[in-house]
Design a protein around this ligand. Structure first.
Ligand code: COA
Ligand code: ZN
Length: 437
């Protein structure tokens, strides 16, 4: 059977002029809809604007920015633009030390999200005859249900394997004939290492063909290594839970930049200091306005992700602009094993223990078994050197950290004065030794 190269041919290949007309119509509708939330009414009043001021696409720059702090401060439902009874799902970030971020969806939002992911999966060559396996965490992680519904919309047989248990992942890949796999890049490498240990040759023993990798910054070299090792084509995926999750931007088969779906989003790239647009093609912070969302539209959301627009037309026929692979963050967020972590979450847990001093150092490294986080923390002067007591303390701190940041760090309690972290300048708290870019 022969299929169209596009999942939504009309929307994916429409001309720039048609796309921009659709964007303006959706932007105006979204801005009016935002007035259902007290949060936006106040922001508009502060700026002295009304929805009627949005007459052209460039007027998006008159709108207020939104940030993660806005979501936290208006936790949990302050940005909802529909009554809660019209919402059918929420996703939330990890952590309990501060307010997590909450994103609400109506059923239409969920359908649109699934369509966006289906477009991405189709764009990289998945078709209904494929078997799709997802090694993302399910539950609150948007990559679990996000890829799940997208892959179902494509019509693939789906294997919701979820995170972890690598031997079982490999058994599923072999036994079910998995041809399309979603994994974060460091986990794809881990799967390959375990396959080698088990004597499994991906080319001989599996049908793996397409790999979707995202949620973790990685270099072109890393991609190529993964492709060679697993005998697949690996495509870069960009998602952000505030926008919905995966499905925001994805590479096409040209593997040259990520098309961002501009019928869903208006995209700006700004200087994170001046907040002005950077010259076209230069690196800056990605700012996204949702124009296709009911429950919780976000205006000019500052993603803190750094990227740039790629110039020119893509030979694949889609006119949605392309972003370069993500180049890092304009804040201090750590991404490890596909989990987003802020150092302040770790600090708040450590501060709860009177046995600890305030000096700590977080080190991120790539080891054979995957990426690991080591937290070294100084004991306070008064605390014991009794081994059993120290081990008990270590276990309790590790347990509380895991509850907060979802991954298990390696913890090392060290004697006071060992860490040279508190010089006169701002203390260096995070050392990232991974080769990311
Ligand atoms: N995806 C899938 N599995 C992963 C993983 C990842 N990002 N990172 C690690 N794993 C595997 C490990 O290889 C290990 O497998 P094993 O059972 O074969 O040994 C298992 O998960 C546990 O890993 P470990 O490092 O000991 O656990 P942890 O306590 O640090 O927690 C996870 C790790 C997997 C539970 C946590 O990182 C997670 O849920 N990650 C998924 C995040 C995600 O899906 N984010 C969205 C992506 S878009
Ligand atoms: Zn393309």
């Amino acid at each position: 059977m022969s299929y169209s190269p596009y999942f939504n041919p009309d929307l994916e290949t429409m001309s720039r002029a048609e796309l921009e007309a659709l964007q303006l119509e959706r932007l105006q509708k979204t801005v009016r809809h935002c007035m259902n939330a007290e949060f936006y009414r106040k922001k508009f009043a502060e700026l002295g604007i009304t929805p009627d001021d949005i007459k052209t696409l460039d007027d998006v720059r008159r709108l207020p920015f939104t940030t993660k702090d806005d979501l936290r401060e208006n936790y949990p439902f302050g940005l909802a633009c529909v009554p809660l009874r019209d919402c059918t799902r929420l996703h939330s970030s990890s952590g309990t030390t501060g307010n997590p971020t909450v994103v609400l969806h109506t059923q239409k939002d969920l359908d649109e999200w699934a369509t966006a992911v289906a477009r991405c999966l189709w764009m990289v060559g998945s078709r209904p005859d494929d078997v799709f396996q997802n090694s993302a965490g399910y539950g609150m992680f948007t990559a679990g249900l996000g890829f799940q519904y997208g892959a179902e919309k494509v019509g693939m047989l789906t294997v919701p394997a979820a995170a972890g248990n690598t031997l079982r992942q490999i058994k599923f890949i072999k036994d079910f004939g998995t041809s399309v796999l979603h994994a974060i890049p460091s986990y794809a490498s881990r799967i390959y290492e375990v396959m080698k240990e088990q004597g499994v040759d991906p080319r001989r023993d599996t049908k793996l063909r397409v790999l979707c990798i995202g949620a973790e910054p990685h270099s072109e070299e890393q991609r190529q290594r993964i492709e060679q090792n697993l005998g697949v084509k690996a495509y870069n995926s960009y998602g952000i839970s505030e926008m919905m999750g995966p499905g925001v931007a994805f590479e096409c088969q040209e593997q040259n930049g990520l098309h961002i779906w501009e019928d869903y989003f208006i995209v700006e790239i700004i200087d994170p200091v001046t907040l002005e647009p950077v010259p076209d093609g230069e690196l800056g912070e990605l700012v996204i306005t949702t124009i296709n969302r009911e429950a919780m539209p976000l205006l000019r959301y500052r993603t803190r992700d750094l990227t740039r627009f790629l110039p020119g037309e893509c030979p694949c026929g889609r006119h949605h602009r392309r972003l370069a692979r993500l180049q890092g963050r304009s804040d201090d967020m750590i991404i490890l094993k596909g989990v987003n972590i802020f150092p302040i979450q770790i600090e708040k847990i450590l501060l709860k223990f009177k046995e600890l001093s305030t000096d700590y150092l977080i080190t991120l490294e790539t080891k054979d078994e995957g990426d690991v986080m080591t937290i070294e923390v100084e004991l306070s002067q008064l605390f014991t050197d009794d081994y059993t007591q120290l081990k008990t303390l270590e276990r309790e701190i590790t347990r509380q950290l895991k509850d907060e940041i979802l991954i298990t760090p390696r913890l090392r309690l060290v004697t006071k004065g060992t860490l040279a972290v508190s010089d006169e300048k701002k203390a260096v708290r995070v050392k990232d030794l991974r080769k990311l870019f």
